[in-house]
Design a protein around this ligand. Structure first.
Ligand code: GLY
Length: 370
């Protein structure tokens, strides 16, 4: 796909952002009906609110248009109370929702909000288990609290490593690194596939079981677990050059590339027996496209870097060609197939990761800048 096509896709997504920014006056965009484009919002941001902020920060930087900066600042300000929510998903909320503004536009507001989020997240760390637990207010999980772990929390380590860089507080560094190391044991299988969740003893840290909240079976590979593992360990390596993080990210990415359908867009769970007559998950696929673009810079050999770049381009191209509407909605994200929630919808995090990928492909963002 040529540079002009990436720019054209970006223009569509920017038009959709304009519609979103003008129509959502309260709460955070969460998921939208693919036919009407109407958003279901979350009042306080749920685990997903930061992705909308990140789109605004990115658009503010790449277009220079004042409204995107205004929206970014407004929604970042609205995240403040979430620094005190007892949920490990403060990692997503404050990395994407605020750190991106500090990194891309040196926003002092974003820096302040991000530091509050990082301190809040770090306060839930349990040194006996060397993990940040899901927490009592973790969103949409069937099991929450002090003895539960999810692979979608590894990415939150990037928030703590950024905060360590800003403050020099070594505790933030230690928590991020230990949490990510612990989740290799909790969630990463020997073949590079990833299990979403695990339970552990909050006194000793001993792992008790592996299971899934949103996958089809405890031993299946839910597409988003795989995707969160790839972006989580890629991000960890981006911020902390521990070779094991890159090794896990590469192994998980290679598993994805070996198991994804020929057209590159994953089904919602790799083990659904109904494949191909079941839902895709464009959001998982967009997460992986963004991660592959980072790996295309970080991988240790030229051959791997080329392979990841090629796969990222083909993946983004498939999403744009087959699932991005003329109005700029990324359709066919599958939020929660098990409970029938938003199974072919526009999902704010899927849109974000495609938007980030398109910026990289259009040459408007260095993949390891955020
Ligand atoms: N908990 C994050 C997700 O549903 O992908």
């Amino acid at each position: 796909m040529s540079g002009a096509r990436w720019h054209e896709a970006l223009s569509r997504m920017l038009a959709r952002m304009d519609q979103t920014g003008r129509s959502v006056t309260r709460g955070f965009p969460h998921f939208a009906d693919p036919e009407t484009g109407i958003w279901t919002t979350s009042p306080a941001g749920d685990w997903t609110g930061g992705f909308w902020n990140a789109m605004c920060w990115l658009a503010a930087r790449s277009t220079g248009e004042a409204r995107y900066r205004r929206w970014a600042e407004q929604w970042t300000d609205w995240l403040r109370p979430r620094a005190h929510s007892d949920t490990v998903f403060r990692g997503f909320l404050f990395y994407y929702g605020a750190v991106t503004g500090a990194l891309l536009l040196s926003s002092s507001l974003a820096r302040e909000v991000a530091l509050a989020g990082a301190r809040g997240l770090a306060s839930s760390y349990n040194p006996r288990t060397e993990a940040l637990p899901l927490g009592s207010e973790a969103e949409e999980a069937s099991d929450v609290g002090k003895g539960e772990a999810n692979v979608d929390t590894v990415q939150g380590g990037a928030l703590l490593l950024w905060a360590f860089r800003e403050t020099g507080d070594p505790a933030l560094h230690e928590i991020a690194v230990r949490h990510a190391r612990r989740h290799i044991e909790f969630c990463v299988r020997a073949d590079g596939s990833i299990c979403q969740s695990a339970s552990f003893d909050p006194e000793t840290g001993r792992m008790l079981r592996r299971y899934t909240h949103k996958g089809i079976r405890d031993d299946s590979t839910w597409a988003r677990a795989q995707a969160w593992g790839i972006i989580g360990y890629t991000h960890m390596f981006q911020w902390e050059r521990e070779p094991r993080f890159l090794e896990v990210a590469g192994r998980a990415a290679d598993w994805w590339l070996a198991h994804a359908p020929q057209d590159r867009v994953a089904f919602w769970d790799f083990d659904d027996p109904a494949i191909p007559h079941t839902n895709r998950d464009t959001s998982a696929t967009a997460i992986v496209a963004a991660a592959l673009l980072k790996l295309a810079e970080l991988a240790p050999s030229e051959a791997k870097r080329r392979e990841y770049r090629h796969a990222a381009e083909e993946t983004a191209e498939a999403l744009v060609r087959d699932y991005l509407t003329p109005a700029g909605l990324l359709t066919h994200g599958c939020y929660n197939k098990k409970v029938g929630l938003a199974t072919r919808h526009e999902l704010i995090w899927g849109s974000y990761y495609l938007f980030e990928s398109l910026h990289v492909l259009a040459g408007a963002l260095n993949p390891t800048e955020i």
